[in-house]
Design a protein around this ligand. Structure first.
Ligand SMILES: [Zn+2]
Length: 236
């Protein structure tokens, strides 16, 4: 039986997951390898300017979605079915031709299939204090930083709360998943709740560790042509 994951012609169910992400360790989601223009440090966090003119670090939804996808891939790998690289365009193409998508593309999308998961940018709910540390440029990950010379890196201090919002389209995740994709997403959400997800730079040092607090879900279903809230609750 082939499973139709290209089901965007009709919206059946939308699950919105919200809560606060807390970074348990220092965090920096940067702009590639380049220091941001006008920054006093060599490696600075991405920032966004708010209407009142203030700027704050933030975590782009695309970065969060990327780590959730990698996590889902590693979970799927332990369960047997082969998981292809997200940039394996040939496989994405052949999946589209046969209309038989793998569980990962069927959830997070591919070059040929829209994503069933949308993760919003996460902004600090309050202040987001940062600190600057000095390192020695010996790491190949820091292109543009000369080997042997000192560089400065700005990180967001631990304990900052970030608003989290994620929409899941046409996959039932909560309160109970009903298919492989839902079960996979549920495990990913569990790992967020348990504080086992890392985002940003210096993950090998344990940086960027996130934990979801006060997680909630709302399930919307289409009834009589309108999107109606059918269920809601906390994420245990
Ligand atoms: Zn695939």
């Amino acid at each position: 039986m082939s499973v139709r994951y290209d089901d965007f012609d009709r919206l059946e169910v939308l699950t919105r997951i919200t809560g606060s992400l807390v970074n348990e360790t220092p965090l920096r989601v940067g702009v590639g390898r380049e220091p941001s223009l006008g920054s006093a440090v060599d490696l600075a966090p991405l920032r966004i300017r708010f209407a009142d003119g203030r700027t704050k670090p933030y975590i782009p939804g695309s970065s969060l979605k990327g780590v959730l996808r990698s996590l889902a891939e590693s979970i799927a790998r332990t369960q047997g079915p082969s998981v292809h690289d997200p940039w394996d365009f040939k496989t994405a193409e052949s999946e589209a031709e046969s209309k038989n998508y793998c569980v990962i593309c069927g959830t997070f999308g591919s070059t040929k299939l829209a994503s069933h998961v949308h993760v919003y940018d996460a902004y600090p709910e309050g202040e987001a204090p940062t600190f600057v540390k000095t390192g020695v440029g010996i790491n190949r990950d820091f292109r543009g930083v000369q080997p042997g010379i000192l560089y400065t890196e700005e990180q967001v201090a631990p304990g900052v709360r970030w608003s989290f919002k994620m929409d899941v389209i046409n996959i039932r995740v909560l309160p109970e998943p009903v298919d492989d994709r839902g079960r996979l997403l549920r495990r990913v959400v569990d790992m967020l709740v348990k504080g086992m997800v890392q985002v940003g730079a210096r993950r090998t040092l344990g940086y960027g560790l996130l934990r979801l607090e006060g997680g909630r879900y709302e399930v919307y279903e289409v009834k009589g042509g309108a999107l109606v809230k059918a269920r809601e609750g906390g994420i245990p």
